[in-house]
Design a protein. Structure first.
Length: 160
């Protein structure tokens, strides 16, 4: 992706004005939702270091980076939809973000619906954990269905 392109997180801002500075360590997330969006972009850009450092230290394992890197070839994250954010603003210490993420694993499109918990410590937001709200399930798009990317095109003419 070029820096002028739309951000992976679906914010409608360019990557260079949205998640790019966070992933590069030039800025820190100001809200739980901003951290959620940047973590999604980190999955899209295969930035394991950012994913590890934005995960709460109490939840990290020594082999997290290696495990994450092992998943990058298996799964391609495609779209993020924020359902709801509770608290998690710059003056809060806790937040919750519910989201639905679309991904491709092998040849199947699937979704992950999760409510994620975040905590702010020393002015830094961290991902704590998530509750899966319904199991990730395959999405079966027919050739003439609208594409998952909201392009307005049929699936067969876009990502099919």
């Amino acid at each position: 992706m070029n820096d002028k392109a739309d951000c992976y997180c679906g914010s409608e801002l360019s990557f260079e004005h949205c998640c790019g500075p966070l992933l590069a360590g030039k800025q820190i997330a100001q809200t739980a939702e901003q951290l959620m969006r940047s973590r999604f972009s980190a999955f899209c850009t295969e930035n394991a270091d950012y994913l590890v450092t934005s995960h709460h230290p109490s939840k990290r394992s020594p082999n997290d980076k290696l495990e994450l890197e092992g998943t990058f070839n298996q799964c391609k994250w495609l779209q993020l939809n924020i359902v709801e954010s509770k608290q998690g603003l710059s003056n809060d210490t806790h937040g919750e973000v519910e989201f639905v993420a679309i991904y491709r694993q092998n040849d199947d499109l699937s979704r992950l619906h999760e409510r994620s918990a975040f905590v702010k410590e020393n002015n830094h937001w961290f991902y704590l954990d998530g509750l899966i709200l319904d199991q990730s399930e395959a999405i079966k798009l027919k050739r003439n269905d609208p594409c998952w990317c909201n392009s307005g095109k049929k699936f067969k003419k876009c990502h099919g």
